[in-house]
Design a protein around this ligand. Sequence first.
Ligand code: NOJ
Length: 536
Amino acid sequence: MDQDEQNWWRHGIFYQVYPRSFQDSNGDGVGDIKGIIRRLPYLKSLGVDAVWLSPIFPSPMADFGYDISEHTGIDPLFGTMDDFDALVITAHENGLKVILDLVPNHTSDQHPWFAESRFSRDNPKRDWYIWRDGRSEGGPPNNWLSEFGGSAWEYDDATGQFYYHAFLAQQPDLNWRNPAVRSAIYDVMRFWLGKGIDGFRVDVIWHLIKDEAFRNNPPNPHFVEGRPPNEKILTQYSTDQPEVHDVIAEMRRVIDEFDHRVLIGEIYLPLHRLIAYYGNDLAGAQMPFNFALLSTLWSARSIEKIIADYEGALPAGAWPNWVLGNHDRPRVASRVGKEQARVAAMLLLTLRGTPTLYYGDEIGMQQVAIAPDQVRDPFEKNVPGIGVGRDGCRTPMQWDATVSAGFSTARPWLPLADDHTHENVTNLDADVCSILCLYKALIALRRKLPQLVTGAYRPVAAQGDILLYRRQGEGGTVVIALNLGPEPVSVASSSIGFGREILLSTFLDREGEAVQGALDLRGNEGVILGRSAQAG
Ligand code: NOJ
């Protein structure tokens, strides 16, 4: 097999599209597949390699598609199967891979499997979901809590038992201890892989297997008031069970029935648990998502430690990856601030490992404040007022200064950011110093310099707000110097080496500058340094 083709997911850059919010083509205020097709040239010009789509399958949309009622169809809101096929063909023609979201942990309560399962205790699909009697003294079978508030158990009058749902009551969990469930979902995978998609991002993969005895979860001694109520207990018995790795190895075998496809796992766990998801002999997920940058304190020393810990913990041969934003977490530009968002971009695109971008981060989209009467996210509706809402990071892509930012001809399903008339793709493309141009330059440089993709990561000791590292390998050595603070700083020549030249600054105004002696960085500036031409 061609090495490049085999390694595409190691060498490529991933871009997450939240389909509801990317591009509307039929004027209903919700993005769709035809809209995504229309914007493929944009993704190509940005330079990314793979597009991951959040769910587009038939769904009552209680959790905006993460509640699937038919696994092998397309929700009419997003278009038709013909649209989907056209998307895959057009993406591939443009050199872009297509990744779908696989949601195996739960279905919609409107899924025919669940309708059968809840019908009677002796229905053949009863055991496809997790049904238990209540406690003899009354109440749910155990103390497990839903991530979206309240008990994780819902009583069903029809058969007098409770079913388990780690998320909404409209999202009953499948029973992954049942082999029939496994093979049904593997067939779903084969269906889409057979259609030519290039892989899956697997939703909450660490949730798939629960404790066989359904023991009570222990209380969380470190619960912080004001945090979501589900954090009051730990998820010791409800997630991350040892048997989950057998399931993932099976999923991987399905992936490997097809040539060069990728299995990405969504996993929010501490590092030592996360890396287990590569599997024994790396036969698990090729890319267990690394979300460390989503929650870190934004300081040079914290990030330096995160990278060192991650690099140090990776099993031999495991390929790293980094994520800066997604549809569940506040926008990076709001987490770290507008100035640091550019530094964050340089970090993401110069670290060792596959980067995943979240749509709109490349134009610096901010978390949008959502008025109470505009809230759509069920998490915010269930647990209001403590800031868990995810609508603010799911607002429509800002394409231009026309009506609804070029996203739709109608009123969008979520409000647009106030700044959309100037902070949009058209304007930022025309501004040679914009964050969008920075993203394009970073991606282009990553393409040009193999050491940024395959080179080793070598930290360089630094102080204060400076984060310093080299990427070293085929093509030589480049040095990355990031100023994580607002004040100017100077980096000693002994740290960066002599005979250096600036290949790229986050301000996009120092390219080609020779660095004689120390490197002076402005506040919030990052640079990539190469060997200067004169140095030979
Ligand atoms: C993780 C997804 O990213 C999130 O959006 C969803 O609400 C939950 N899984 C439940 O499927």
